[in-house]
Design a protein around this ligand. Sequence first.
Ligand code: ATP
Ligand code: MG
Ligand code: MG
Ligand code: MG
Length: 442
Amino acid sequence: VSASTNSRHMKPTLLVSRLYQPSNLRDVGQDSFLHGEMTCKSQRLMQQAGLIHPSNPGCYYYLPATVRSVEKLIRVIDQEMQEIGGQKLDMPSLCSAELWKASERWDLMGKELLRLKDRHGGDYCLAPTHEEAVTTLVAHQTSLSYKQLPLLLYQITRKFRDEPKPRFGLLRGREFYMKDMYSFDVSEEAAYQTYESVCQAYTRLFARLGLHCVQVQADTGNIGGKLSHEFQLPADIGEDRLLLCGNCSFAANIETVSSDRTDCPQCRTGTLVESKGIEVGHTFYLGKKYSSVFNATFSNAQNKLAEAEMGCFGLGVTRILAAAIEVMSTEEGIRWPGLLAPYQVCVVPPKKGSKVDKATIIAEELVQTLTVTLPRLRGEVVLDDRTQMTIGRRLKDASKLGYPYVVVVGQGALEEPSRFEVICQQTGATMFLSQEGLLDLL
Ligand code: ATP
Ligand code: MG
Ligand code: MG
Ligand code: MG
């Protein structure tokens, strides 16, 4: 996507004209046939900006800008999971029916499980989650000692679910990215501590992304287990109904609260208020449900074999991205959590043939200066070289894509001292800054 500039010593500049972000507006007719109405903002904005392209119901091409953003999110998730001792692995998506029959989920999962046969007639599924797989893996290690616990294994992979209603773009896909972590502990008490530390890591993660999630008591569903919380991002488009106490910290998914209850079961004085949320994460304490089925044992301090206490912890990676866009964006343009924007800065030179043509060279130099002076911005600054278009048109596009910073290099750049117009798209603020001022800001 880059083309070299005039000097051989300069780094190639990322040019907007070369970025692959096709707009899908032409296909809207067919899309609405395949995907129902584009009823949600994140789906519409992501398709219009060339971030995703529909393939079949609930499946999307993740186009380059989206992949950049997902990779950034994965880096933040990796940091938080490794901070609490998580070790990353990668398990097969193609999973033998044997395992799923052993846990009885082959039948329990019903139509949501995507099943297929191999050439020998063997039954398989495309994994929607990996409790069976990871527990079998750990069970294979006969020498596992209590000294090696807690063991926290996680992966970030594609998951497959034949959702009855795939919709809202990346919010509910049939193929999507999930981070799933599985914990193995020596005792119930130790497992609760692990559970708590993962919840804290999730809270830190969402705070870093600038997302105000609520942790609510949740149903354990077909995963099983005793204790469970969801991390919900309040939004009208959300498919979960939450009850929050106006007086204390009580928060629960409505599924867990006995019907018609309006008084808070925790403080008893507050009133429960209903709101909608997007489930972006889910934590479960599993106990021995899977370790007993698959015989995942460790040798304890008395040198006796004991079944591990387990937990499992999901994060909807692609759902988090779409949910963030859903709650942060305006109707016209995407706004990203700063950490996840595909590119941080867009530099806009004047229209070709205008009386400030010289500013184009200044703009190219500015891109170089930014990336050389601030290594953090390497690969993060794009030059909108579509100089056949007016500045206004390109600013409109920049607003649609939501670069956190847009720098207009116009008349002011030629003056002494030179000044650049800087638009902070997250706040909407516009400033006129010198090059030093711009470097300080970034
Ligand atoms: P939902 O209630 O929305 O169907 P779930 O409870 O079935 O989600 P979990 O089994 O808890 O999902 O999976 C862990 C996480 O994976 C969820 O918290 C969510 O963020 C994400 N996720 C689940 N299903 C999807 C999907 N169809 N598309 C995108 N992300 C999903
Ligand atoms: Mg589901
Ligand atoms: Mg759910
Ligand atoms: Mg869930």
